[in-house]
Design a protein around this ligand. Structure first.
Ligand code: PMP
Length: 305
């Protein structure tokens, strides 16, 4: 990743990719206190467009607020930085990673004297779980790692340190031969994937866990809106793992994972073990929206000019 051509927005300036470095005593590197976003730009007939840019920037600021981190830039500046990261790297589509982190002025837990830095990088990134996953679905394992308790780390913050839990769960699932992990909350109910929200379909209705222990996913919100417009009822409720086993369909949502069908959980086939009809419809609609093919929700796109 570090050794490539291109430009990264770093504290207000575009710097050559290889020079976008930071000191080994950077506070966030040691303790994980930082916030980030994962955003996608898609190729459209009118050039690249960033999907729900303002919503991602708003979440970055909410994450910083939760952690008590003051961001030294405005939302407008960071929106522009994301647009510039796509444009100046000549990308038709790509993944955008804004991140805010503490500097290297001091070690120790107190963050009182630290400066806050912000970077925005962008690079091409295809289907997160593989192109085949979007069509055929993935095999998922319930993790032995519990999702964060709401009072241990803050689940509504997309915080760097929270992802240690995600990596532990994802690594365990991959090592055991699965594609992704499903994490349960402290009470044993379904929370989310390592980097995705989850939906199940039963008798034509969509169910998704409430957001107590899960990130407020922007793709989740997109799917809830699109389903509503199709007349599909969406119910937010506590979900058990055996409800997933017996669902007609299940899928993950995320900016990186997009809409990825789940064909198996814990070696139990879900439904027919293929991408189901409701998942297919929502996935198609999602891709039509993000690529500007749908006339609906054009306001979700910010064109890179
Ligand atoms: N949960 C977690 C833990 C995530 O990391 C992500 C990815 N940001 C999501 C859910 C999905 O969020 P979004 O749809 O906004 O990308």
């Amino acid at each position: 990743m570090a050794d490539r051509d291109g430009l990264i927005w770093y504290d207000g300036k575009m710097v050559p990719w290889r020079d976008a470095t930071t000191h080994v005593l950077t506070h966030t590197l040691h303790y994980g206190m930082g916030v980030f976003e994962g955003v996608r730009a898609y190729k459209t007939a009118e050039g690249p467009a960033i999907f729900r840019l303002q919503d991602h920037t708003d979440r970055l600021f909410r994450s910083a607020h939760i952690l008590g981190m003051k961001l030294p830039y405005t939302k407008a500046q960071l929106n522009q930085a994301q647009l510039d990261a796509i444009k100046l790297n000549g990308l038709e589509s790509g993944y955008i990673r804004p991140m805010a982190f503490y500097g290297a002025e001091a070690m120790g837990i107190s963050a009182r004297t630290l400066s806050t830095h912000v970077i925005v990088a962008a690079w091409p990134w295809g289907a997160y779980l593989g192109a085949e996953a979007l069509e055929k679905g993935i095999r998922v394992k319930t993790s032995s790692f519990t999702r964060h308790h709401v009072n241990i780390t803050m689940c509504k913050a997309k915080a760097n340190g929270n992802y240690m839990n995600s990596i532990l769960a994802n690594r365990e699932a991959e090592q055991d031969g699965y594609d992704e992990a499903l994490l349960l909350d402290v009470d044993g109910f379904v929370a989310e994937g390592s980097g995705e929200n989850i939906f199940i379909v039963r008798k034509g209705k969509l169910y998704t866990p409430d957001l107590t222990s899960a990130l407020e996913g922007i793709t989740r919100d997109t799917i809830v809106q699109l389903a509503g417009e199709l007349g599909i009822e969406v119910v937010e409720k506590r979900i058990t793992r055996d409800e997933v086993y017996t669902a007609d369909e299940a899928f993950f949502t995320g900016t990186a994972a997009e809409v990825t069908p789940i064909r198996e959980l814990d070696n139990r086939m879900i439904g027919e073990g293929v991408r189901g009809p409701v998942t297919t419809r929502l996935q198609q609609l999602y891709f039509d929206c993000v690529t500007g093919k749908s006339e609906q929700h054009r306001d979700w796109l910010t064109f890179v000019k």
